[in-house]
Design a protein around this ligand. Structure first.
Ligand code: GCB
Length: 588
């Protein structure tokens, strides 16, 4: 058995949708507010799409042509009255499918809906999905018609203690269908998932080995599949077992490895029965050795930055290639070869663009402040959402770190939960590194105050010790930084996964004036000096590339709903600290 867990609420997971045949369902959708989240009004379910047939008919909600929301997009910034709306909205898209073909299967695919989605099609509930940042799909083969199809999706963005993230988080709760919606069309038996990676054991050999897994879906599966890599003259048969899951190996000569300096991607074609799927995949290895991270066997320093998936100019979640280009373009200007995609899965287009540009990525789920560690339902959801993320991205060479948590206190229920998560992630993907953003020990355990120690038991489970440390902003002033040193008893590489401080772009003062660009620049200089001396520090991702929307940040005239720790303002203007970090990276 290769894959043991079918993600929640889905009969079949479908990966690589952009390279499949699909009908684009983006655009204007009608909507109805459901502030009390009843799913129906006046005794009738919204998914029925009922319209009175004569003048006596009664209905107490309605989709009208002039009430539309754009998909993909958060609803909050589309209508002023929805700015802080946190409840349910029902979306409706009607469409014809005149070329509907009975020999095919059809799936509604939603790249993300924040936070919970109830998906209905032509009056039937298909299922629910929880988790605002990962993709899901439902089959509609038996329901689809040539005309008058209606897809009605209820999306609820109410924050709840048993969600991932939990109730309070330092980013904006963009509600709605925030990423693409597609009607995917596949043959009756099709390739639903595959995973290709370069075998580490073959790294130093002349002929390299690509290890692969393939999963087919359908009732009458072919006995063989083929993999083709035209540029490498590979055309290989793969025997498929009767359950449709199979593992295989391909030996290749003259493979060019993927790396930030040379982000080589190969066209790959996989064929099985009537199905054929294409992808562009890079091959590289990543591992740790003592206190180093090795990419393709060579030590690498990760010149990174943290990023939220938000376009500040549009005040919305990123959902287009243009959004991805804007954000990754800024990171490249800073001199980065690495980005921490905080604090939840970012859009797939950005990950694919990073593959092309040669930017390494750290990915994570919002296992963030306040998670209900003792609740088994939450653990189940976390595993499901991580599965969806791994299935979506495991063919992306850029993605090298799976992070399982951010700043969580080491209590027994959390240790157990996250240790299970680490095992789960590793069982699905043993080829990448696992980390978590860790806080320093709270009890100094006999060490002098000038030494920060790291003994969180979770570190044992991780490949990298990643440290969030805000000395100079949340504790003390920047001039204290150089007095501190760090120690961990672990022979593991260290990444500084967060540090930083706020500055209002355009506000100037001396270097100790809070919120001034000078303060932030000084904090960067001192922080870099402090972290640079840590033995085994192989990279950093300061907090954060761009100012981002956060309801937790309400200082008038300074924050006004924005977290100001960005190196770039919400208007796209660089602050002084941007150049401090850029200068450091140019010398690394
Ligand atoms: C943190 C969190 C991050 C916050 C940041 C801040 O430690 O991980 O989500 O936004 O600090 O700005 O305080």
């Amino acid at each position: 058995m290769i894959w043991t867990l079918v993600p929640q609420a889905q009969n079949t997971f479908i990966s690589n949708t952009e390279n499949r045949t699909f009908t684009n369902l983006n655009g204007k959708w009608n909507y109805v507010l459901d502030p009390y989240m009843t799913g129906g009004m006046g005794g009738r379910a919204i998914m029925d799409n009922y319209e009175p047939t004569d003048k006596t008919g009664r209905v107490e909600y309605g989709f009208t042509p002039d009430r539309t929301l754009y998909v993909p997009g958060g609803w909050n910034t589309q209508k002023p009255e929805l700015a802080y709306f946190e409840a349910a909205i029902w979306y409706r898209k009607t469409f014809d499918k005149p070329d509907f073909d009975e020999s095919k299967r059809y799936f509604v695919y939603i790249e993300a809906a924040n936070q919970t989605a109830t998906v209905t099609f032509n009056g039937k509930e298909l299922g629910k999905h929880e988790g605002g940042y990962t993709p899901f799909s439902f089959e509609v083969t038996n329901l689809i018609k040539k005309q008058d199809n209606f897809l009605i999706i209820g999306v609820n963005n109410q924050r709840d203690a048993s969600d991932i993230p939990a109730k309070v988080h330092d980013w904006y709760n963009h509600g709605g269908i925030t990423r693409d919606v597609r009607l995917i069309e596949v043959p009756k038996n099709f390739i639903n998932n595959y995973f290709l990676s370069l075998d580490r054991e073959s790294l130093n050999k002349k002929n390299k080995t690509i290890k692969g897994k393939l999963e087919l879906a359908g009732n009458s599966l072919p006995e063989n599949a083929q993999i083709l890599i035209p540029e490498l003259h590979i055309e290989q048969n793969i025997a498929v077992n009767p359950k449709g899951a199979t593992a295989f190996e391909v030996t290749v000569k003259n493979l060019k490895l993927w790396s930030p300096n040379s982000p080589k991607l190969y066209d790959i074609i996989i064929k099985a029965g009537d199905d054929e799927i294409r992808d562009q995949i890079g091959f590289r290895t990543v591992e740790t050795k003592g206190k180093e991270i090795l990419l393709n066997g060579e030590p690498i320093f990760l010149k990174g930055i943290c990023l939220h998936d938000e376009n500040p100019l549009r005040k919305d979640r990123g959902n287009s290639i243009e959004d991805a280009q804007l954000l990754l373009g800024w990171a490249q200007e800073l001199g980065c070869n690495f980005i921490r995609l905080a604090h939840y899965p970012h859009q797939e287009k950005l990950v694919r663009l990073a593959d092309k540009l040669g930017i390494l990525l750290w990915e994570e789920l919002p296992l963030y402040w306040g998670i209900q560690w003792e609740n088994p339902e939450v653990l189940k959801k976390a595993k499901e959402q991580y599965t969806e993320l791994i299935y979506r991205d495991y063919n992306r060479a850029s993605s090298i770190v799976w992070s399982i948590a951010n700043e969580t206190a080491p209590i027994p229920s959390r240790n157990e939960f996250l240790s299970e998560m680490a095992d789960h992630v590793r069982s699905l993907d043993p080829t990448r590194l696992i980390s978590a953003a860790i806080k320093k020990d709270q009890e100094l355990d006999g060490h002098p105050d000038s030494v920060y120690t790291y003994n969180d038991p979770l570190i044992e489970k991780l490949d990298i010790l990643s440290i969030n440390e805000y000395l100079g902003w949340y504790g003390g002033l920047p001039d204290q930084c150089r007095t501190k040193s760090f120690t961990s008893g672990f022979e593991k590489p260290i990444i500084i996964s967060e540090f930083g401080g706020g500055a209002l772009q355009g506000f100037h003062g001396d270097k100790l004036t809070r919120w001034s660009e000078e303060f932030q620049a000084y904090l960067y200089e001192e922080s870099i000096a402090m972290f640079d001396k840590i033995d085994g520090m192989v990279g950093m991702t300061p907090w954060i590339l761009v100012d981002f929307m956060s309801p937790l940040r309400q200082l008038p005239g300074v924050q006004d709903g924005w977290n100001r720790k960005g190196l770039i303002s919400e208007k796209g203007i660089k602050k002084k600290a941007f150049f401090v970090l850029k200068d450091y990276y140019s010398k690394k």
